[in-house]
Design a protein around this ligand. Structure first.
Ligand code: GLY
Length: 407
């Protein structure tokens, strides 16, 4: 009897400890458990900023362990305010709206930025989410102005938006004329939104043409994507198919594949053109039938890195892919369940101690183990604010799908 009681107490204790330390595999509570964690973890960051009296915009952790903060013109400046908007959406607590507005509005000048393509990421994730959730008229103006700025980079001879300038920085050494990177698919969301807000169809036309040109030249027969296509600015012909952040020109850089599946999913959302859906599904098939996709579905930083399995994973690629899959599951009736299941698996695994930080650690970022750019020796196996942003977006999308399914 006494032994039975001791055994029951031991079992209860083991179950309690397991529930504290393991990912919650139940679909019902994983969103809420992550939201609880994220509000505490990001809440700590906000408290520390407020105590310093500063509005800061965290990006990652430096090699010396201190936090690297964004300045507005960096491509990653929209993600932290975007995460605050998602926390507002996920909690309904207006405290997050106040914080999101503060950080978003530090990016006011970005709407005029024309010297790189990332204005789409920067403004859509911050002001775009802000407008979606608050309908503040001044945010609408910023989105439209940013779309005008991004459109200045459209090259009609090529049929695409030029990603990077070629006369400064490390890009100047590559001899490119008009480099377009697969990441650029993500900037199209801003253009589609600007047409809806302004009635000016030119933004949408540019987005569609860019997606078509990219579909034609960026993809290999197996639907993996090159990172960079360099075009001739006069003839529009392809000059080279190369990489900047991947393992090799011929390789499949994991985050790039994430941008690709997300980008074509959003193009289908906005156009309902079946060729974009087919493209997104083909990319999903490439990813999930790949022999080097790890069991936990968090890719190595490049599918073709010769050091696999002794090379870093990229949690940011996994977050982007999970978020894209939730949306794609709503457009592909036959594959809906399998896409949702894959996305759920990614979310569960990212929520495990293998990837999700402990409360109060990781400089208050949510996820560990992302990769910025190995060829540049930058931000390797660190937290990145875009991993956190797409993780929170995936949680929002998962919750919305579950609400719909319960109706
Ligand atoms: N857009 C840059 C990156 O994905 O690292």
């Amino acid at each position: 009897m006494k032994q039975n009681l001791q055994f029951t107490i031991l079992l209860t204790l083991v179950a309690f400890l397991w529930s504290c330390n393991s990912p919650k595999t139940s679909s019902n509570n994983i969103v809420e458990e992550n939201v609880e964690f994220a509000t505490q973890q990001i809440g700590r960051e906000i408290e520390s900023m407020n105590a310093k009296g500063e509005i800061l915009n965290p990006r990652t952790i430096h090699k010396d362990g201190t936090t690297r903060y964004n300045t507005p013109e960096l491509w990653t400046s929209g993600f932290f305010p975007g995460s605050l908007w998602y926390l507002y959406e996920l909690t309904g607590d207006s405290k997050w709206k106040v914080e999101a507005e503060k950080v978003t509005e530090t990016l006011d000048t970005v709407q005029y930025l024309t010297w790189h393509h990332d204005v789409g990421f920067m403004v859509y994730c911050s002001y775009g989410n802000g407008y979606r959730l608050t309908k503040k008229p001044e945010y609408k103006d910023v989105i439209i102005q940013a779309a005008k700025s991004l459109s200045t980079r459209y090259r009609p001879n090529v049929g695409a938006i030029q990603s990077w300038n070629v006369h400064r920085g490390w890009q100047a050494k590559r001899g490119w004329q008009c480099p377009v990177i697969i990441d650029n698919m993500m900037n199209l969301e801003l253009l589609f939104e600007a047409t809806k807000l302004s009635g000016d169809d030119s933004f949408r036309s540019i987005a569609i043409k860019h997606a078509e040109t990219t579909m034609e030249h960026h993809f290999r027969d197996d639907y993996s994507s090159y990172h960079v296509i360099d075009y001739d600015t006069i003839t529009g012909q392809v000059r080279n198919k190369v990489t900047a952040q991947g393992y090799a020109d011929h390789s499949a850089w994991s985050r790039g594949q994430g941008w690709a599946i997300y980008g074509y999913t959003l193009c289908y959302r906005e156009t309902k053109d079946p060729k974009f859906l087919k493209q997104a599904e083909a990319i999903a098939n490439y990813l999930f039938s790949h022999p080097r996709m790890p069991k936990d579905l968090v890719p190595y930083w490049d599918f073709d890195c010769k050091d696999i399995p002794n090379t870093p994973r990229d949690a940011s690629a996994a977050s982007v892919i999970a978020s894209a899959l939730y949306e794609l599951s709503t457009y592909s009736p036959e594959k809906s369940e399998s896409y949702k299941k894959l996305a759920d698996e990614i979310v569960v695994n990212l929520s495990s101690p293998a990837y999700r930080a402990k409360l109060g650690e990781n400089n208050n970022f949510l996820l560990m183990h992302s990769v910025g750019s190995i060829p540049h020796g930058a931000e390797i196996d660190v937290p990145l604010n875009y991993a956190d942003y797409y993780f929170l977006e995936a949680l929002c999308r998962k919750r919305e799908l579950e609400k719909l399914a319960a109706k």
